[in-house]
Unconditional design. Structure first.
Length: 327
C-alpha cells in the first residue's frame, strides 16, 4: 500500500459538542473535495456512532486525556499526522472550496500558518520582553485554527520544543487563554527561534468570522461564497492594523462562541441537509436561509436599530461562555 501523501485532520476531544462540529466540518470537506487520495481524519478520545454519510471519514482514537486538555492537544499534531503533508483544521470551521489551493500555497514549509509578524505590543505576552528572553526576531502572529504540517524530523523537533515550553508557560512570562496555555504563542516562539515566518495573510485561505472581519456580506457554504470586510474609518467597526480589508477564504473559522450564532447554524443546517438527508442544493439553501438565516438577520437588524438605546440604559455585556469555550 502506498504511503498517504495528503490528508486533513481535526480534533474532537473531551466534549461531545466538538464531535458535532467535526461532523459539520467533514460534511463541508466532502462536499467540496472529491479526490479519494485526500483523506479526512478525526482524532478523538470520545465514543460515538459515525453517521452513514461520513463513512469515508477515518477515525483515530486516542486514550482519554492522553493529549491533555484545552489547547494542549494541538501541541501533539506532529505525532498525529497521517500523511506526508497534512492540513489541520479546527472543528469549528467549515470548508468553502477545494483545498488543493491551500496545499499549493503552503508547499515546502515544515509548518505553515497564515498571518503576519509582530515586533512589539501584547499577544499572550509582552512581545518585546518575550523576544528578548528567547533572543528572536519578530514573532509570527496567526490564528491556530489552521496548521499545515510536513512530516519529518524538523516538524518533530519543533513540537518537542513547544511541549518543553508548555511546561514552563508561566515561568517564561506567557499569558494564558481561558486559564490554559495557548498553542499559538508557543508555536510562534518555536517558529521564531528557527526564523520561520507565516504565509502572508491575503484573505484567501483562512477567514475568522466576526473577530477579524466585523462585517459579513455573503455566506453560503453550498456555493462556496464568502465575503467579509473590515470597513474603513471612520466606521466604528473598523479594526486597525489588519493586513487586508476583505476576506473570501476557502476555510471559514467560527471561533470563540461563533458556532452559537446564526451564520454558523444556518450553514451547518444547509450542509447537513444536503450530505446527510440528500436534499437538493437549492432546497437546502432555501430552508437554511428562510429559517435560521432569516431569523438571525432580522434579529441583527433589530439590534442595530435599538443598540444605542440599550447601551445607554443597560450598558455593555461581557462575552458569553459556552460549552465550546469553557475549556
Amino acid at each position: 500500500m502506498s504511503q498517504l501523501t495528503r490528508a486533513v485532520i481535526t480534533l474532537a476531544t473531551t466534549k461531545p459538542v466538538f464531535v458535532e462540529m467535526a461532523f459539520a466540518l467533514a460534511r463541508s470537506f466532502f462536499y467540496w473535495n472529491r479526490d479519494p487520495d485526500l483523506q479526512f481524519h478525526l482524532i478523538t478520545d470520545l465514543v460515538f456512532d459515525l453517521p452513514p454519510d461520513l463513512a469515508a471519514m477515518k477515525i483515530v482514537r486516542v486514550e482519554p486525556g492522553r493529549l491533555g486538555q484545552g489547547f494542549s492537544p494541538k501541541l501533539h499534531l506532529d505525532s498525529l499526522v497521517p500523511a506526508d503533508r497534512t492540513l489541520f483544521i479546527d472543528s469549528d470551521c467549515l470548508v468553502f472550496g477545494p483545498l488543493d489551493y491551500v496545499f499549493q500555497r503552503f508547499a515546502g514549509r515544515t509548518i505553515g500558518v497564515v498571518g503576519r509578524t509582530i515586533a512589539t505590543g501584547l499577544w499572550f505576552c509582552d512581545v518585546e520582553a518575550t523576544r528578548k528572553r528567547f533572543n528572536v526576531g519578530p514573532l509570527p502572529h496567526f490564528n491556530g485554527g489552521l496548521y499545515y504540517l510536513e512530516r519529518g524530523p524538523e516538524l518533530t523537533a519543533l513540537y518537542e520544543r513547544a511541549r518543553e515550553l508548555e511546561a514552563q508557560y508561566d515561568e517564561v512570562g506567557l499569558h494564558r487563554l481561558r486559564g490554559r496555555p495557548n498553542d499559538e504563542i508557543l508555536m510562534s516562539v518555536c517558529m521564531a527561534e528557527r526564523g520561520w515566518v507565516p504565509l502572508d495573510e491575503d484573505g484567501t485561505i483562512l477567514g475568522n468570522v466576526d473577530t477579524i472581519y466585523p462585517v459579513l456580506h455573503q455566506l453560503d457554504v453550498l456555493s462556496g461564497v464568502l465575503r467579509m470586510t473590515n470597513p474603513p474609518p471612520p466606521d466604528p467597526r473598523h479594526r486597525p492594523n489588519l493586513p487586508v480589508n476583505e476576506s473570501r477564504a476557502r476555510i471559514v473559522h467560527f471561533l470563540d462562541y461563533g458556532t452559537d450564532k446564526w451564520p454558523y447554524r444556518a450553514e451547518e443546517l444547509k450542509i447537513r441537509l444536503v450530505r446527510k438527508h440528500g436534499l437538493p442544493v437549492p432546497l437546502a439553501r432555501l430552508v437554511g436561509d428562510a429559517t435560521i438565516g432569516l431569523a438571525g438577520r432580522s434579529a441583527d437588524a433589530f439590534k442595530d436599530i435599538f443598540r444605542p438605546l440599550y447601551r445607554t440604559l443597560v450598558g455593555t455585556r461581557g462575552i458569553k461562555l459556552t460549552e465550546k469555550n469553557k475549556l
